[in-house]
Design a protein around this ligand. Structure first.
Ligand code: IVH
Length: 670
């Protein structure tokens, strides 16, 4: 085909594909079978390969063509991306209505829309072509995620008019895609996403657009931020109709209401219907419809006075508490976990909820076989809210914490001043296993390829009992393990050998001495320089060291008094494990800036279970993050443990990324 003919045909095929795409992904009304779509796509790709100069960035073949990035570019939003004030009760809406009427006059009409639970994005078009897509970021500066957004089929790469416009919308993951994604992740032993919002955010933060492309994201566009020519649009609802005409996907559920009571009715209706929608919504957005009135009402520093978001309460469901399972942690603490009749909450199937300790079981009067109300705190962490005492049948049974360790049967003790029950048997297999998992983790000996799964197997097969045994493993022993090939066995042996060269602080942290987090371990290693010297340090001497307090000093002395500890250290030394501080290598900036936490401002809130608050803090600081006490727009990340309260709420209000503890632990292990 000559060039002119090819050019003509390419334009034709692009238009056809765009039309098919629009019908399928935006209107949900495909007009041709998939085979026709695939055929045209193949034709387009072939033509573009033959004539590479005819390939344009708005070609539908480019939806997954983007290159892998090193980092996202920052973008300044021309019009800031604000967030909305929140309403939690009908009366908050009535107050909002009263204020709006005072400022803009009594004839107000509202446009009410679903509040889609995803993440806000901005899409910029120049002369009809999709040019740049960005995250909200802090509202003023976001990140350029154009290539990832291109993979969302309902985002037109070219509009049906040559307009220059910037629109805003919510990118989200449909419930079904979310479930399918988590199912695959579960099969692959990967961390599950806690909810569709996190999954959508995680997918759009991929530097490789091919990964985003597999995640089946979608979008609802909800406003026009900038538009060259005013098209006679006078209302929010008119704006949405105009966006429809341009080929964007807007949410069809919207309603004009003349009174706030009508709005409240809509809110109640959708609170009920919420569970049946194919995507998550977390509330209802109420907007003054007239743009002129919007202008009259203006903005506060943070949000418009012409709109408010009604937030639904966290979804609560009733299920049966089938059993209480006991887990023994690295330090011997026994944690009870409720085993629940599986139940779906906010997108995921919940099967377990931590009960923290015996006191909580008593306080909430929890019995086996009780009907319990469960919710996800902060939309993330499953929690038993209360027991439905009135639904008891008499079948329920009291639960008593055992007096013996569920793993080693030694007698449990309650240390004075602590709520937790502990197994204090140093030989307890559960503690040893958990201790080994800690020993190999990222901030400790950092042995690649050795995680919870392999350690559990090694332990089960009786191949390791203590840290020293890891250094005696042979390739032959490893290849016999499940899911372990020749190559991984080789790599693992190399990684284990390499860890022998680690500087002392890693070993010290890995040994899991009480109260010694990775920062304290480093301080000790720097000050004492060798294990031998540290072993001999007295309590008086230790407390002289900056940042080493009484409790830590005590713990260190007690630790090195134990015969089995000294034997283990001797054995490790004989096996070639380095016992000296070889820093400042560890403190070097390159290693720190590698980390996710580098230069981020992070808030820890709620109760952590796997780490102490101090350990979490020092780990994050070691990796270059800054911990602050309160959530503000400068916060980059909030880590929410159990029962997190107002800080978590604030983070959500400010649309700040929230992690649960598991996510933190996984990141720290990397
Ligand atoms: S309008 C000036 N409409 O909710 C702010 N927001 O704080 C204009 N959202 O960040 C936002 N669905 O991410 C609007 N139909 C909708 C929405 C919506 C979801 C999100 C958006 C925004 C947050 C509100």
């Amino acid at each position: 085909m000559d060039k002119e003919a090819a050019k003509h045909r390419i334009e034709q095929v692009k238009q056809l594909i765009n039309q098919y795409n629009y019908e399928y992904h935006t209107l949900d009304q495909p007009s041709v079978p998939d085979s026709e779509y695939d055929e045209r796509m193949r034709e387009l790709i072939a033509l573009e390969e033959e004539h590479p100069d005819l390939k344009s960035p708005d070609s539908p073949s480019q939806r997954v063509g983007g290159a892998v990035l090193d980092a996202f570019q920052k973008v300044q939003h021309g019009t800031p991306m604000l967030s909305l004030g929140n309403a939690f009760h009908a009366d908050d809406l009535r107050d909002f209505d009263r204020r709006a009427r005072q400022l803009a006059g009594d004839s107000i009409q509202y446009n009410v829309e679903l509040k889609i639970d995803g993440l806000a994005v901005s899409l910029r078009y120049r002369n009809g072509v999709f040019e740049r897509g960005a995250t909200r970021g802090d509202g003023t500066t976001g990140e350029d995620i154009t290539e990832n957004l291109k993979t969302i089929r309902s985002i037109p790469l070219r509009m049906n008019r040559d307009l220059s416009i910037e629109v805003r919308g919510e990118a989200y993951m449909p419930k079904r895609s979310f479930e399918a994604l988590n199912e695959i992740r579960e099969q692959n032993g990967e961390m599950l996403f806690a909810n569709p919002r996190n999954a959508a955010a995680g997918s759009l933060r991929q530097l490789d657009p091919k990964i985003s492309a597999k995640r089946n994201l979608d979008i609802f566009v909800y406003s026009i931020a900038e538009l060259d020519e005013i098209e006679g649009i006078e209302t929010q609802s008119g704006g949405l109709d105009f966006l429809d005409e341009l080929g964007f996907k807007t949410n069809e559920t919207r309603k004009k209401c003349n009174t706030i009571e009508e709005v409240i009715e809509f809110v109640e209706e959708f609170q009920e219907k919420r569970a049946d929608l194919p995507y998550e919504i977390d509330g209802i957005v109420v907007k003054v419809d007239s743009l002129k009135q919007q202008e009259q009402l203006g903005f506060t520093a943070k949000s418009p006075r012409w709109a408010i978001a009604y937030k639904f309460p966290a979804e609560e469901v009733v299920t049966t508490l089938l059993d209480i399972e006991l887990n023994v942690g690295r330090t011997g603490v026994i944690t009870p976990t409720a085993v629940l009749e599986p139940v779906k909450i906010a997108g995921t199937t919940v099967k377990r909820a931590s009960l923290h300790n015996e006191d909580l079981i008593r306080e909430k009067d929890i019995k086996l076989l009780d009907k319990v109300v469960v919710k996800k705190a902060g939309d993330i962490i499953p929690e038993v809210v209360n027991v439905l005492v009135e639904q008891r049948t008499g079948e329920e049974q009291n639960f008593d914490m055992p007096t013996e360790c569920p793993e080693c049967s030694s007698e449990l003790v309650r240390i004075e001043g602590e709520v937790a029950l502990r197994c204090i048997n140093p030989e307890c297999p559960a503690q040893i296993r958990e201790g080994l998992i800690h020993f190999v983790s990222r901030n400790a000996m950092n042995i690649d390829g050795l995680g919870e799964r392999v350690i559990t197997q090694l332990f089960r097969e009786n191949l390791v009992h203590n840290a020293a045994d890891l250094y005696k493993l042979t390739k032959e022993q490893l290849v016999n393990l499940e899911r372990m090939g020749e190559k991984s066995a080789d790599n693992l042996i190399k990684a284990i050998a390499k860890s022998k060269e680690n500087s002392l602080e890693r070993l010290l942290f890995g040994l899991g001495i009480r109260f010694i987090g990775s920062k304290a371990a480093r301080t000790l290693a720097m000050n004492y320089e060798s294990m031998d010297r540290l072993k001999k340090a007295s309590q008086d001497e230790l407390v002289q060291v900056d940042e080493i307090g009484d409790k830590m000093a005590d713990a260190i002395v007690t630790y090195f008094e134990k015969k089995e500890v000294l034997e283990l250290i001797d054995e490790l030394q004989q096996l070639g494990v380095n016992m000296t501080y070889t820093g400042p290598k560890l403190a070097n900036a390159a290693e720190e800036s590698d980390s996710y936490f580098a230069n981020k401002t992070i808030v820890l809130t709620g109760k952590l279970e796997q780490l102490t608050r101090n350990d979490a803090k020092s780990e994050i600081e070691r990796l270059g993050g800054k911990i602050t006490g309160s959530v503000s727009k400068n916060t980059d990340l909030v880590i929410a443990g159990e029962a997190a309260g107002s800080k978590l709420a604030k983070a959500e209000e400010l649309n700040i990324e929230v992690w649960n503890e598991q996510r933190l632990v996984t990141e720290l292990k990397k």
